[in-house]
Design a binder for this molecule. Structure first.
Ligand code: SAM
Length: 244
């Protein structure tokens, strides 16, 4: 996330739409001015950090039980749509079930409406997730090559509360992507990470863009072990955490 000065393409109800370096679009939040994504690329980060570096893409390639994904701070749905697209473009060896947490009901409506302004330039596999919603915030996609399905549910409200309603699921992957710890400390606290820790599988992987000391400490005291990993791009490190 950054506040450098890119070209404003149009004004939306959430703030100005701006282009990131890989050509994908993000929003500069009208309230606090922070971008929803790194200038390096919204699509790049969704794919390289969350889908690839997490091991999610590899997990799709091996058969097995349903993969459960927790998408924290759905925002413009880059991470969620990238997760669905990777599944659609896999051989369909397993099903996916994803829960997105989003506090802003307007964002949930625009994403589930399937036609957000930042979807411009998204290819079909990326659009498939948002376009699978009917009325409400539940979508189901059928894999084109197999009997596997992808279920995607958006829980609208404060994630520290809505996550407590998820009791049966054990998540295998967590996309930890709220605004920065300075702006949104509650979503990076040890209380938050211990809440998430309670709903993940033993082999779960949590990925995040923040490598700040405060995040590492909160993860450790919330029951996670964490390590910095090298990125393929300009930002040098991301963080991967696993339950301790
Ligand atoms: C950096 S943006 C996420 C970008 C997003 N992951 C994507 O792929 O486009 C952070 C999001 O977290 C949401 N958020 C902030 N506080 C939250 C909370 N307590 N519970 C759920 N979502 C929250 C914000 O409304 C915002 O949409």
């Amino acid at each position: 996330m950054t506040t450098l000065e890119p070209k404003i393409l149009e004004m939306t109800e959430f703030g100005p739409l701006v282009e990131t370096d890989d050509g994908s679009l993000t929003i500069r939040h009208s309230g606090h001015g922070q971008d929803f994504h790194s200038t390096e690329g919204a699509m790049y980060e969704a794919r390289e950090l969350y889908v690839v570096a997490s091991g999610y893409l590899d997990a799709l390639c091996v058969g097995g039980e349903t993969l459960h994904v927790l998408d924290v701070g759905m925002g413009l749905a880059y991470n969620a749509a990238a997760s669905v697209a990777a599944w659609l473009e896999s051989d369909g060896k397993r099903s996916v079930s994803m829960v997105s947490l989003e506090i802003d009901p307007r964002l949930a409506s625009v994403v589930a409406g399937g036609g957000a302004p930042w979807f411009k330039g998204w290819r079909d596999a990326w659009l498939a997730g948002p376009r699978a919603f009917g009325e409400g915030f539940t979508a189901r996609l059928q894999h084109p090559k197999s009997a596997a399905v992808c279920d995607w549910v958006i829980l609208v409200g404060d994630g520290t509360k809505t996550l407590k309603s998820v009791t049966q699921t054990r998540f295998d992957f967590v996309w930890q992507d709220p605004f920065t710890p300075q702006l949104n400390p509650g979503m990076w606290s040890s209380e938050w990470f211990s809440l998430v820790r309670r709903v993940v599988s033993e082999g779960a992987v949590l990925m995040t863009y923040s490598v700040s000391r405060v995040v590492k400490d909160a993860l450790e005291s919330g029951g996670w072990s964490q390590q910095k990993i090298k990125t393929p791009g300009r930002k040098r490190h991301w963080l991967r955490a696993m339950p301790r």
